[in-house]
Design a protein around this ligand. Structure first.
Ligand code: IVH
Length: 714
């Protein structure tokens, strides 16, 4: 939803005064001041529900209507305008420079633990215990584990419950006043509940979510493409957030969606005598949350070094799934009395430490953009990078997917780029640092001919990908076809690696898939780095692979759009290869999961004589499988069930469980949704188990799986 209080936009043709609501005649007229106060209260509540609780109470249109009503009222009665009015979130004020703010309580930084391993957490606990004079006999110290948000520190000053001033950290003593920009952040309360202290400074981090960052950069790229002067893309979310906060024109800041997490306190003058009503850092965070500030839900109370290490490890795995960047975690001593006792060294508290994770983003340069040819002829531009260590591995390649994508990101040879590798996801180029682009760097264009075989490269209407039209004439496609055929989940030929396939195809020994089964020991032994023992093993593996299943064989053929699941459905539906080979597109459409594109692709494959010849040659070479009768899928005992497997099962591997379930007609899916019938969870089950529980999907253990495999529904 785009509330006008954030974006300052009204739908075209609607004026602010479009829908003034007249109270029904039976209700006495309220004064404009009363109306404005009521509107503000409702809007505050709805915005809090939307931005902070993530649980909208009213439809966007209702919010927009009330918002315009308040705008109209304030326009008619300027004396009613207050600093906390939601209408003040749109931005508008334009400054010449930021005013300086002296922090009444300095904004400190935290020491960073340089050891990124778990032992870094232990070192912190050891130091704390020593400082506190604790011995081994004393109990574990209580800590709070927090995320280390990758944004910029902000101090929010509330006086009499109203947000009066927002200031950056600056040098810790003096920062810059950025109140107008900070008001545009929907998650930051403009007014606090009545029980809040008279003066309250909340410290926290302003940041930008990854999806907001990507949408912003996309908008910026469009502006640059449209020739708007002075626009640029941002290097990462932190950089974009910092740019937005330091905008002199708050209208521009309002267009750049920011978020906020609270993690501490600055100046405070309790409204009630007796001081604050919290004894621990965690209690303080819960109080801030109750006053309407976002506090990260991952924040946890933990005990001693073991608790810190566990927190560090848990967040390392959760990190990739967070919608925003963190660069580590922060540990804080929970007890405020102990914090006081520990005190500070220069500008850093002894009671807190930042424990970082390895960086997920690094800068490097593009040496070249190569085009690779895939199994089905797809041409993929790949950025060849100056090697860079990121996300725990050295990255030298990043796919640019296709010409459109390469142009959308506008990656050019010679560019400095930001490369991201998060978790096991393949590395990607996030953005180009345009300031560093060498002059005359040419825009990327896809070549008109295949770089391997020279055949014409074509892009079909409505498709993003270019393809080599050479088919199996193209040695790149031949290599990939052989490699795919031998894959573990296809014909499962152990020992037929990429390098060997390259040699076999390049030397002309393997021109079609069937040639694999005519290889002789002497041919193989003459290949580079091929010992006789491995050659014998490979021939054995080839021999063994001849005993296939229909599903594996169909998958192994490498028909475009026919993945493993579709191959299984085809085998189940038709029972016999000949039936698949002659099936019309209409007949193919009867198969579960087969749509027009897949049906067309299968028909086209078998319509080509050379493909039918390869199938025949493979059969002649001795490749066989058990053929059955077509089985109506609904007759199978587990037909209609969708099962998700997660964690480590005791009774069998996940692949085996999958094969067995599918043989009984169940579908095995990779992610949990409302349509999932069962989740089978072994030990160390993670987010899929959580999701099942939150959606109320039944969860089975090994015993439950055994019942399913008996063909019964538990
Ligand atoms: S506490 C007295 N907690 O990291 C301790 N800082 O140098 C003050 N940061 O500039 C900071 N996440 O912007 C704290 N959960 C967290 C944090 C955090 C990010 C930033 C903060 C500060 C820097 C530490």
């Amino acid at each position: 939803m785009q509330h006008p209080d954030l974006f300052g936009e009204l739908p075209p043709g609607e004026s602010a005064a479009a829908a003034p609501l007249k109270p029904p005649p039976s209700i006495p007229e309220r004064s404009p001041a009363e109306q404005a106060a009521e509107l503000r209260t409702s809007l505050h509540r709805y915005a809090h529900a939307y931005y902070t609780l993530d649980a909208p109470e009213v439809p966007d249109a209702e919010y927009d209507r009330l918002f315009r009503e308040l705008q109209a009222l304030e326009a008619a009665h300027p004396e009613l305008l207050t600093a906390d009015s939601p209408t003040q979130r749109v931005g508008g004020a334009v400054l010449d420079a930021f005013a300086q703010v002296t922090h009444r309580v300095p904004m400190l930084s935290i020491r960073t633990e340089t050891d990124t391993e778990a032992s870094g957490a232990e070192a912190f606990d050891t130091r704390i215990r020593k400082e506190l004079g604790l011995t081994e006999a004393d109990p574990a110290v209580a800590y709070v584990g927090e995320l280390k948000f990758d944004g910029l520190a902000m101090s929010l000053r509330y006086e009499g419950g109203l947000l009066m001033q927002a200031a950056t950290r600056g040098d810790g003593e003096t920062g810059e006043e950025v109140t107008a920009n900070i008001r545009t952040i929907g998650q930051i309360p403009l007014r606090l509940p009545p029980d809040a202290p008279d003066v309250l400074e909340v410290r926290g981090e302003v940041y930008m979510r990854r999806d907001d960052f990507e949408a912003l950069n996309e908008r910026q790229r469009q502006r640059i493409a449209a020739g708007t002067k002075g626009e640029k893309t941002f290097v990462n979310p932190r950089n974009a957030a910092a740019g937005a906060v330091r905008q002199l024109d708050s209208g521009i800041a309002a267009e750049r969606p920011l978020s906020f997490f609270a993690y501490g306190l600055g100046d405070i003058t309790p409204a009630n005598e007796g001081g604050p009503a919290w004894a621990t850092h965690h209690d303080l965070l819960m109080q801030l949350k109750a006053w309407g500030f976002p506090v990260a839900e991952q924040t946890a109370c933990v005990q001693g070094a073991t608790g810190l290490v566990a927190f560090h490890q848990r967040m390392a795995t959760e990190r990739d799934a967070l919608p925003y960047d963190i660069d580590g975690v922060v540990y804080k001593v929970n007890d405020l009395t102990l914090q006081q006792q520990l005190g500070f060294v220069t500008r850093e508290p002894r009671w807190a430490v930042a424990h970082k994770y390895p960086a997920q983003e690094e800068m490097t340069t593009v040496q070249a953009i190569d085009v690779q040819v895939g199994r089905t002829g797809k041409l993929t531009p790949v950025a060849k990078l100056f090697p860079v260590f990121v996300g725990g591995v050295t990255v030298t390649n990043a796919t640019l997917h296709n010409e459109l994508e390469a142009r959308r990101k506008d990656v050019r040879v010679g560019d400095t780029v930001i490369v991201r590798r998060a978790g096991d996801v393949i590395p990607e180029v996030v953005s180009v640092v345009l300031d560093r682009r060498p002059p005359d760097a040419p825009q990327f264009t896809m070549m008109s001919h295949c770089p391997v075989c020279g055949s014409l490269a074509e892009r079909e209407e409505g498709e993003a990908d270019h393809r080599c039209t050479g088919g199996l004439f193209c040695s790149a496609q031949r290599k990939q076809a052989v490699w795919h055929f031998a894959h573990r989940r296809a014909m499962d030929v152990d020992g037929l690696g990429d390098k060997l396939v390259d040699q076999l195809v390049d030397s002309g020994q393997v021109n079609t898939l069937a040639d694999l089964y005519h290889l002789k020991l002497e041919n193989l032994a003459s290949m580079d780095r091929m010992a006789e023992k491995s050659a014998v093993n490979l021939l054995d593996a080839l021999e063994k692979s001849k005993q296939a299943t229909l599903a594996r064989f169909v998958f192994a053929l490498g028909i475009r759009h026919v993945g493993e699941a579709t191959a299984k459905e085809l085998a189940r539906h038709f029972g016999q290869l000949d039936a698949i080979m002659v099936a019309s597109e209409d007949a193919l459409l009867q198969v579960a999961d087969v749509g027009p594109i897949v049906a067309h692709s299968i028909r086209t494959f078998f319509d080509q004589a050379h493909n039918r010849e390869v199938v025949q040659a493979l059969r002649d070479a001795g490749v066989t499988w058990a053929e059955g009768d077509a089985l109506a899928p609904t007759e199978m005992p587990l037909a209609g069930l969708t099962v998700v497997l997660t964690g480590t099962l005791q009774s069998m591997g996940r692949d085996e469980a999958k094969d067995k379930l599918e043989a009984l007609g169940a579908k095995v899916a990779g992610s949990v949704s409302k349509k999932t019938s069962y989740v089978v969870a072994g030990t160390e089950a993670g987010s899929k188990l959580d999701k099942a529980q939150s959606l109320g999907v039944p969860v089975l253990d090994d015993a439950g799986l055994a019942v399913l495999l008996n063909g019964e529904k538990p």
